[in-house]
Design a protein around this ligand. Structure first.
Ligand code: GLU
Length: 481
């Protein structure tokens, strides 16, 4: 990588939808590239397609970037506030004979498209207005028709550019039509605004999704027409779903906010996204943000598509969850508990109590959103479960007697720590002539309402004497009923 050009990269989303993983992967790679080279990361909102704008999309983009810690050095810059710049560039191209006014009506363009389809011709503007006489132009103007501005693409020859990932890319100019630069509403198209800004903002490298590859020859032609030096391009590999089709809604959650809501940690998602198309050494999976920045390079971006693997993301999130200290894990989990525990549980939750529960499930949770479900029995007043769960391979009378004996042993117990509880219940199993597995299973269901729960004696300790004794009694009543 030549060190002469200062690295200036941009993330340039269009607010036509909520940012999905692919968009944010693009943002991440640009950010990593900037941070690795000590360069500048610019956020530019390409909001010139008024008809396709989605309310709240810009906020969601900013939020997703902030949540992941992808801080920008300049911006957000809104293209809608820079229309004069694009109009100026369009004027210049018109004046220099590189662009022309087109008065074709939408109906005419539609008919042209149908005709091309029928004749199996490639789609594209037929250059109808490219050589209008002044008289013809005057006539359209007199009728009050507002023209669009089109670029005069060369009729023959080739346009090529080096892609930093794919090598030399060559397009035949005959495949590029006279595309629109400025729409009749005065807004620029993507092509015009994109190159005008990349030039104005002195962008050194454009790292973008490979779906934009076919736009690049148009951009190169514009740079040439304007006498500007184009940036260097790298078109990033696609992200595919597990079925090897392009990642989309069908493959589950795609927007970054959905992952946030599902309890993924930003540091885990960042690590996961970095590996969608880049790798350190083909084997290291868990890497800190700093390690990724330090090692990030275009040379290690893969040329083939990356495959999204949700199981891997879940696994990775679990690894990151286990690496948090208890305090941090509690802090991050609290909002999920507050919002998802049953409404009967009174809020705000007792942070001290939460802090004792949380470590019991940290080993098992793969997402923060799973925590309420794994721990709700700690919070609710009454457990709702089927009494048959209590009777796992036991006679009803045996179970009732075991519960009775348990209550007698623990009511008023002076030391309610897990170790002391265990030293009460283990001998009791023997006394009752029950296998510990069977007896502890009964206790587990009685105090948690479920067959799988965190370690039994620690659970009983945290639940406390009052709640446990009440639950043991309720279990007895259930069986007698
Ligand atoms: N606005 C385009 C997008 O939404 C930008 C593409 C580019 O980076 O040039 O992806």
């Amino acid at each position: 990588m030549s060190s002469e050009v200062p690295v200036r990269v941009r993330f340039a989303p269009s607010p036509t939808g909520f940012p999905h993983l692919g968009n944010i992967r693009t943002a991440l790679f640009n950010w990593l590239f900037a941070r690795h080279h000590g360069g500048v990361f610019i956020l530019r909102i390409e909001d010139t397609d008024v008809a396709r704008m989605v309310e709240g999309a810009t906020e969601s983009i900013l939020h997703s970037l902030k949540w992941l810690g992808l801080d920008w050095d300049e911006g957000p810059i809104f293209q809608s506030q820079r229309l004069d710049i694009y109009r100026g560039v369009s004027e210049r191209l018109l004046k220099e004979g590189m662009a022309y006014h087109c008065y074709c009506s939408p109906q005419r363009l539609e008919e042209m498209r149908k005709e091309q389809m029928k004749r199996k011709q490639p789609p594209g503007y037929d250059r109808h207005c490219r050589n209008l006489t002044q008289e013809q132009k005057n006539e359209f103007e007199a009728r009050g028709i507002v023209p669009v501005v089109r670029f005069k693409s060369p009729l023959g020859g080739q346009t090529s550019f080096p892609d930093l990932l794919r090598g030399e890319i060559v397009f035949g100019n005959s495949t590029l039509d006279d595309f629109v630069l400025l729409k009749s509403d005065g807004y620029p198209t993507y092509h015009l605004a994109n190159i005008a800004d990349d030039h104005d903002m002195e962008i050194s490298h454009v790292l973008r999704a490979d779906e934009w590859l076919s736009s690049t020859p148009r951009h190169i032609l514009l740079y040439q027409a304007l006498g500007w030096q184009p940036p260097q391009f790298a078109h990033l590999p696609m992200i595919l779903g597990p079925d090897k089709s392009k990642l989309s809604k069908r493959h589950g959650a795609t927007s970054v906010t959905e992952y946030e809501q599902q309890g993924y940690l930003p540091e885990a998602l960042l690590n996961f996204l970095a590996l969608l198309g880049w790798s350190l050494d083909d084997k290291t999976e868990i890497m800190s943000r700093d390690t990724i920045i330090e090692n990030f390079s275009l040379e290690r971006i893969s040329k083939t598509a990356a495959v999204f693997n949700r199981d891997k993301l879940e696994w990775m999130n679990g690894v990151y969850i286990r690496s948090l200290n208890t305090e941090e894990f509690s802090r991050r989990t609290l909002p999920f508990l507050e919002s998802s525990l049953p409404s009967e549980v009174s809020r705000p939750l007792d942070a001290g109590y939460v802090g004792r529960i949380i470590p019991l499930i940290q080993e098992r949770a793969r997402t923060l959103a799973e925590v309420p479900e794994l721990t709700d029995f700690f919070f609710v007043d009454r457990l709702d479960y089927d009494s048959s769960l209590l009777l796992n391979k036991m006679e009803q009378g045996t179970a009732v007697a075991a519960l009775r004996a348990s209550i007698d042993k623990v009511e008023g117990l002076s030391n309610w720590a897990a170790m002391s509880l265990e030293s009460v219940f283990r001998p009791l199993a023997e006394e009752l002539k029950l296998k510990t597995g069977v007896f502890f299973g009964l206790l587990r269901v009685a105090v948690t309402g479920r067959t799988a729960a965190p370690p039994l004696f620690q659970t009983i300790e945290v639940l406390g004497e009052e709640r446990c004794v009440r639950r043991l009694k309720a279990a007895m009543d259930k069986l007698k009923r």
